[in-house]
Structure formats: structure tokens, C-alpha cells
Design a protein around this ligand. Structure first.
Ligand code: PLP
Length: 453
């Protein structure tokens, strides 16, 4: 029919224009075939031919209130009409309001907000603040971690060590965090894993020289490395270690802040307050780029009468701040954080565990709120991953087939290595969760076909 031909032509035109001039991040330019997207709303986006996809990736795990929330769209439009931009050095209502709303929701005495344009820049500044505050050079981070793609952030990122990253930053030291399912410490239980991981971290601190360590940087829940939920006691143990050695404790909540795990910030699950907390993504649901560092009174005090050497042209952009104020307002009024917690406890958790019972390819289910992962294996007994950790090309075929089966069933998945990450908008409706689980159920049959049994 004529309508479909026109839609196909439009999709082809958009793709050709993309191919002509857009240089895509994290991609071999000639080996990718991006979907041409025509629009999005709530938990769905669609292509030009009208195929709708339920977005279980929340874009890059950031559309916490879904796409095109009318209140946030209106707030951005209103701010654009009033004042589109203003240099960072001025005081202005919308920026002060965004900072207040954030400071009131972060744990403990994290009462000052340093705004950035995204997550990596938040991590860069947290590290700089920690180094200047302590006068020490080294920073410790976990092997299984992702902290961003700028210079210091990518060096902290343990995962990037395999990508052939070459922008070496002096003073970054990696350690093993706890991961009970694939324990680096050969632990038998989560409690043992916690104890051994803390001992290993302290050994690392002692051997590196505590007086040389500015900061320990950790994702509160490991995001990109596979929704790694730390065992109870681990974060409190790291907090205690940092206090004992005068080290700044930085929690990276770029992916897990603003409702993702069913709390405003994931640190609340364990009652831990870091010295610096990095955020981005969910603060505006990504409608306008914004990130930042929530800063403790002690670290802020270092820069009370001494200038902080950092900040970019667009720091604390007023359009982004307007988006943050509106997003936080929506989250508060619509009970989005509570909804995320409830969806995890009542729908996603039980639903995913039920899938694990039916599908031999599911080795482990883990997560909180609207933030889960299924770890896919060839063999449940040996835990051999469905594809190698850094698989690409033919090696990755089983996961590529699985992802294609998800898309065929109308579900847009986020896969990484042998895992599927399940991160729909925190506002996802129960019937949408059910539809997503049904699509996963169908697609897992494809993964099952690659298992040993
Ligand atoms: N930190 C964490 C935990 C992240 O998940 C990410 C991005 O996914 C970043 C930092 C980097 O954020 P951005 O891509 O906004 O620079």
C-alpha cells in the first residue's frame, strides 16, 4: 500500500542522512544500522512504519519518567521563552531551585550541588575535588565498573581496560568489588563475599599507602557492569574504611539516582552517606543534559575561601535546571520513586524469577526497583556465560539472536556481554511490565537453544 511505501521511503531518507554526516559514539561507523525513530511517548518509541517498541532500556537508562512527559516539556518551553541561557556565575531562580530540590533529597549533609552537563563530567569533578581536598593523588575504583568516557572517568572504568583505552591517567588503582555469583574471592555466601571484599579493599589501601589515596569511587549499584547489587554491609564497610584512613568516599549514582532502584538515591537502601555523590541521567530524565556532584559540608568547606578550579561554559544551564525542577516535581507528585519500588517488588522481581524457573539459559536474576539483570548462561551448573564477557562478532551470535528476538516481539532490550539489563521507565504501567515479560519469555527460548542441556 502507498502509505507503507511512503513510510519506508521516509525511514530510508532519515537513515541515509544519518549515514552521510553523523559520527556515532561507541561504534564502527560502517558496521552499524541504527533504527530510524519517528517518535516516542511514555515507555514506547516507534519507527516510521509504525512498529512500536516497549523501551526496556529507558534510552541509556535515563528516561526515568518516560518520554515526552507533558509537564517537563512545558517547563522547558516556558523557560526557553523566559530565559534560554545565562552564564554559570550568576544567581538565578531556576538554578537555585534545582539545587535545593536535589540537596533536600540526597542523603546526609550533601547540601551543595556542583552542576555539570552529564555523568562523566560529574565523576571528573568529584575526583578533582577529592584530590584538592585531601592533597593526595591516587584514586581507587572497581574492575567491574563504568564511570564515563572522558579522560579520568574512563580510566576509573574497569570495563574500559578491555577496550584498549590509551588515555592513561596517573594514580588510578583498580580493586575487586564483591560479586557473589562470580566471586573473585571464591566465597560461598554473600556474607563471606562482603567480608573478603572488604579485606581485599583494605589490603589494597594499605599496600598503595593510605596517605596517597584521595578517593574510593564506587557505583552504589554497579550499572553497566551488570546490575551488581552489593551485599549488605559492603558500602557501610567502605564508608568506615574511608573514615579510618581519611579517604573521600565517592558514590557514583549517575545511573541509579532519581528513583531507578526504588529510592531517590540507591545509597538509602543501606543508610550510607558518601562525601561526594555523582548524579546525571534521571535528574532530567535526559530531556536536557544535566549532571552534578552533591558535595558534603567538609569538602565544600575546602573551597570556601579558595577557588574551585573547575566548571564549563554551560555548567548549570538554565534549560536543564528547568527540566530538573519539573522532573523532580513530577516524581514527587506522581509517586514515581514509590512506583519504581513497588514495580520491582511486586511485578518485575517475581516475574523475572518466574522466567528463570522456566528458562535454563537464565543463570541469575538480580536487581532492585526498575533496575534488573538476567545473566544468561550455557550451563547453570558451571555458570559458563552464554557468550564470553567481551564477545563480539560471531562469538556474540547467541546474544545478538536473543536481542533480535526481543525486538521482533516488540521489546527494545539493553544487552551487554551475556546479560540483558531490564531498566524500563520507573513509571512503567503494570500491563506494560506484563507485555515486556511476555516478550522476554518468547525471546528466551532462543537463548535456551544455546544451552548445554
Ligand atoms: N557513571 C555511571 C555509573 C554511568 O552509568 C554512566 C553512564 O552510563 C556515567 C557515569 C557516564 O555518564 P555520561 O554518559 O552522562 O557522561
Amino acid at each position: 500500500p502507498a502509505v507503507n511505501t511512503a513510510a519506508a521511503d521516509e525511514a530510508a531518507r532519515v537513515k541515509a542522512a544519518d549515514r552521510a554526516h553523523v559520527f556515532h559514539s561507541w561504534s564502527a561507523q560502517e558496521l552499524i544500522d541504527p533504527l530510524a525513530v519517528a517518535g516516542a511517548e511514555g515507555a514506547y518509541f516507534w519507527d516510521h512504519e509504525g512498529n512500536r517498541y516497549l523501551d526496556f532500556s529507558s534510552a541509556l537508562v535515563y528516561t526515568n519518567i518516560g518520554y515526552q512527559h507533558p509537564r517537563v516539556v512545558a517547563a522547558i518551553q516556558e523557560q526557553a521563552g523566559r530565559l534560554c541561557t545565562l552564564a554559570p556565575g550568576f544567581a538565578v531562580d531556576v538554578r537555585s531551585e534545582a539545587a535545593r530540590l536535589i540537596a533536600e533529597r540526597t542523603p546526609g549533609d550533601l547540601d551543595k550541588v556542583f552542576f555539570t552537563n552529564g555523568g562523566a563530567e560529574a565523576v571528573e569533578n568529584a575526583v578533582r575535588m577529592a584530590r584538592l581536598h585531601t592533597g593526595r593523588p591516587k584514586v581507587l575504583s572497581a574492575y567491574r565498573s563504568y564511570h564515563g568516557a572522558t579522560s579520568t572517568a574512563i580510566n576509573l572504568t574497569g570495563d574500559a581496560r578491555r577496550f584498549g583505552n590509551d588515555s592513561a591517567t596517573a594514580g588510578v588503582v583498580h580493586f575487586w568489588g564483591p560479586f557473589a555469583y562470580r566471586s573473585p574471592f571464591y566465597s560461598a555466601t554473600p556474607a563471606e563475599e562482603c567480608e573478603r571484599a572488604l579485606r581485599h579493599l583494605e589490603d589494597t589501601v594499605v599496600f598503595e599507602g593510605p596517605a596517597s589515596i584521595a578517593a574510593i569511587v564506587l557505583e552504589t549499584v554497579g550499572g553497566a557492569p551488570g546490575v551488581l547489587v552489593h551485599p549488605d554491609g559492603y558500602l557501610a564497610g567502605v564508608r568506615e574504611l574511608c573514615d579510618r584512613y581519611g579517604i573521600v568516599f565517592v558514590l557514583d549514582e549517575v545511573m541509579v539516582g532519581f528513583g531507578r532502584t526504588g529510592r531517590w538515591f540507591a545509597a538509602e537502601h543501606w543508610g550510607v552517606t558518601p562525601d561526594l555523590l555523582c548524579f546525571a541521567k534521571g535528574v532530567t530524565s535526559g530531556y536536557v543534559p544535566l549532571g552534578g556532584v552533591a558535595v558534603s559540608a567538609a569538602v565544600a568547606g575546602t573551597f570556601a575561601r579558595r577557588p574551585y578550579p573547575g566548571g564549563l561554559t554551560y555548567s548549570g544551564h538554565v534549560l536543564a535546571c528547568a527540566a530538573a525542577v519539573a522532573t523532580i516535581g513530577v516524581m514527587e507528585e506522581e509517586g514515581v520513586v514509590e512506583q519504581s519500588a513497588r514495580t520491582g517488588a511486586e511485578l518485575l522481581g517475581p516475574g523475572l524469577r518466574a522466567l528463570a524457573e522456566r528458562h535454563p539459559s537464565v543463570g541469575e536474576v538480580r536487581g532492585l526497583g526498575t533496575f534488573w539483570a538476567l545473566e544468561l548462561v550455557r550451563d547453570r551448573a558451571t555458570r559458563e556465560p552464554l557468550v564470553p564477557y567481551n564477545a563480539s562478532g560471531a562469538d556474540n551470535a547467541p546474544m545478538a539472536e536473543f536481542a533480535a528476538a526481543c525486538r521482533k516481539a516488540g521489546l527494545w532490550p539493553l544487552t551487554a556481554g551475556n546479560r540483558i539489563h531490564i531498566a524500563p521507565p520507573c513509571t512503567i504501567a503494570p500491563q506494560e511490565v506484563a507485555a515486556g515479560l511476555e516478550a522476554l519469555d518468547a525471546a528466551l527460548a532462543v537463548a535456551d537453544a544455546h544451552t548445554a542441556g
